[in-house]
Design a protein around this ligand. Structure first.
Ligand code: ATP
Ligand code: MG
Length: 364
């Protein structure tokens, strides 16, 4: 099978890290064989806006819509937003999430061997944050929240349909994962603030209803958002799948990334029923752009997530094997102390990518 991948390298470190992601995936394609990956680059982002006055050309959007998956670097340069209010991320990433209904923001958090954590004796960190991606506190992106008489309000919009979709996704993921078992069951933690907000009490109610379908296999678990930040630091090994509203998931993702080595270690997928986009959870890191020192791990692991998703969508065993090979090679490479400067190492972006490829050749 030939997979068509639309690539949006974007701004800042985007092109540098996307290059390594593609290098590693192409190497996996060659080693495993049985499928091909056709990466087509398209323009989008702040750099393109400066050149043309257009953030996201129709031709790029159309390519995203028509390909098997989207592989994205990062979007935005702070000066461009400050200068004239153009919201680059909103016009590309949020637009794709809303219009292609990429309702599940999936952020695996795993502490790899050899990578330092700010926590002591917490070596077993391996969970996934499932962030609702299209409503919650981000719903005003679709309109509203104007400043009137010096007052403005964003709305926390929670729908039954949206909550059913995201909680069901989380339970299915818990069932599939070789994750933590508590009292003989897998576990999905519902992170909300149902003690204060009606919207989030409704979120929990729908979560409870969906949980009934999985009774016996997956257990329920609750956390209020404020307490969650405490527990995530104190007992991260407790968690396996965490499901939450859009804004809470956004905040939790950065906190969680800090536990496993920082933003350079956090991959993500924005996943829907028909479309999906994969990108590192971090931004364009403009202060280190062009220096060749960015950590490509989040991007390489996002590539592995993409192959896994393609394998699930198309029942394609070789793509799944390639995904596993990449993850194993990243773990082994980091474990040998081959790390970029954000992790305390001395390797460049390109040298790290090269080391992962060599590792794949060795272990395959
Ligand atoms: P955004 O609004 O796009 O999320 P941000 O302001 O949160 O952007 P990021 O680009 O995510 O910023 O970066 C946050 C910090 O982490 C910066 O100091 C950046 O240099 C660092 N950082 C992010 N990604 C990487 C990476 N891949 N390698 C090394 N450092 C990184
Ligand atoms: Mg950020």
């Amino acid at each position: 099978m030939n997979f068509q991948i639309t690539t949006l390298p974007g701004d800042g470190i985007g092109p540098e890290i996307v290059k390594e992601g593609i290098k590693v995936m192409k190497a996996a394609e060659k080693i495993v064989s049985g499928f091909t990956l056709d990466f087509q680059h398209f323009d989008a982002g702040a750099g393109h806006y400066v050149k043309t006055g257009n953030v996201f050309p129709d031709s790029s959007y159309k390519a995203c819509q028509e390909s098997h998956a989207i592989f994205l670097g990062s979007m935005g340069i702070p000066e461009v937003v400050e200068k004239d209010g153009t919201e680059v991320q909103g016009q590309v990433i949020l637009r794709l999430r809303f219009e292609l209904d990429l309702f599940a923001g999936v952020r695996p958090i795993r502490l790899y061997p050899g990578v330092k954590t700010p926590l002591e004796n917490k070596q077993d960190i391996d969970f996934v944050i499932v962030r609702e991606n299209t409503e919650g506190l981000f719903s005003s992106f679709r309109g509203g929240s104007e400043i009137v008489n010096e007052v403005v309000a964003d709305t926390m919009m929670i729908s039954r349909k949206g909550t059913e979709k995201i909680t069901d996704y989380a339970f299915q993921l818990a069932e599939k994962r070789q994750g933590r078992v508590l009292d003989g069951k897998k576990i999905v933690t519902c992170c909300d603030k149902s003690n204060v907000f009606k919207s989030l009490a409704f979120f929990r109610k729908v979560y409870d209803e969906i949980a009934e379908k999985y009774e016996g296999a997956v257990g329920k678990d609750y956390a209020y958002m404020d307490a969650m930040t405490l527990w995530m630091v104190q007992k991260p090994q407790h968690y396996d799948v965490i499901v939450s509203e859009n804004m809470f998931g956004d905040i939790l993702s950065d906190l969680a990334a800090a536990l496993v080595g920082g933003m350079g270690m956090a991959p993500s997928g924005d996943i829907g029923y028909r479309h999906a986009m994969f990108q590192p959870a971090h931004g364009s890191a403009p202060t280190i752009a062009g220096k060749g020192i960015a950590n490509p791990v989040a991007t390489i692991l996002s590539g592995s997530m993409m192959l896994k998703w393609l394998a699930d969508q198309h029942q394609h065993q070789e793509a799944r094997e390639a995904a596993r090979l990449i993850e194993k090679a990243v773990a082994a490479t980091l474990g040998q102390g081959i790390q970029t400067s954000d992790l305390g190492g001395t390797y460049t972006t390109a040298d790290f990518g090269h080391a992962v490829v060599s590792q794949m050749e060795k272990i395959s």
